[in-house]
Design a protein around this ligand. Sequence first.
Ligand code: ADP
Ligand code: MG
Length: 272
Amino acid sequence: MIQFDNVTFQYEKANVPALSEITLKINQGEFVAVVGHNGSGKSTLAKHINGLIVPTSGTVTVCGLRTDNEDNLLKIRQNVGMAFQNPDNQLVTTVVEEDVAFGPENLGIAPDEIRLRVDEALASVGMSDYAKNAVHHLSGGQKQRIAIAGILALKPKILVLDEASAMLDPSGRTELLQTVRKLHAAGMTVIMVTQYMEETIDCDRIVVMKSGRIVLTGTPVEVFKETDLLSESNLVPPETVVIRDSLRKLGFKLSDSVLHADQLAEAICPLL
Ligand code: ADP
Ligand code: MG
């Protein structure tokens, strides 16, 4: 679905590349989390997926289309929906359903089809009951779900979230993550950039970035074994993993597959 081949990217006037020799393949239906310290290149990577920026060297191919061919950009952007940090910057009208309809209306889609898409998109993000509500009365989490509904109404194959949960409170983050998981379960290919390691536990794969390079990639179980590499990348594993590893240091035997709080509880109980 998405292929980065030896991608290096340097911003104009920058002294060092923001991305260096990135090779990454993301399959259809995969849920990939991208983590890394501030400035490690996560947003730069995300922007390559819909051709907002193109590699200085190397190639990015999305749905079989190269991003460095301008003729492909419209098609690529129809396939890739992007959600960003601030939901207020992504909402354009005052009423929820109008906002979700905004994208399809701009594409000149027929009103009947728009109605269907808006209803379906609002249902996908669990916001059907809010169709007629005022956007500015919604919580941050709800706004972000409306922003995602607006993306879904354009029927993308790929959803890229660039720290979309960063400005939300814990319950907003939970709502958003549940929505994203549901979309993934329904077949969406998801790339989720996040600063919250807890959010990555259920992903198919985690990509860890440091100074513009991928330093580690693997399943959550594989990645959260690499304690040293994570701390070298200035990343703190989820709290459950921190507790798991502290108990291990005290001599308790806990398996690498313990990632969730309930798994941890289940593993600890017999030890007590
Ligand atoms: P992250 O999203 O992981 O915080 P970014 O992709 O935003 O990282 O940035 C990667 C590197 O590129 C950083 O060193 C950052 O300062 C630099 N950078 C980002 N955007 C620009 C820009 N528009 N011009 C110059 N340098 C930039
Ligand atoms: Mg960023």
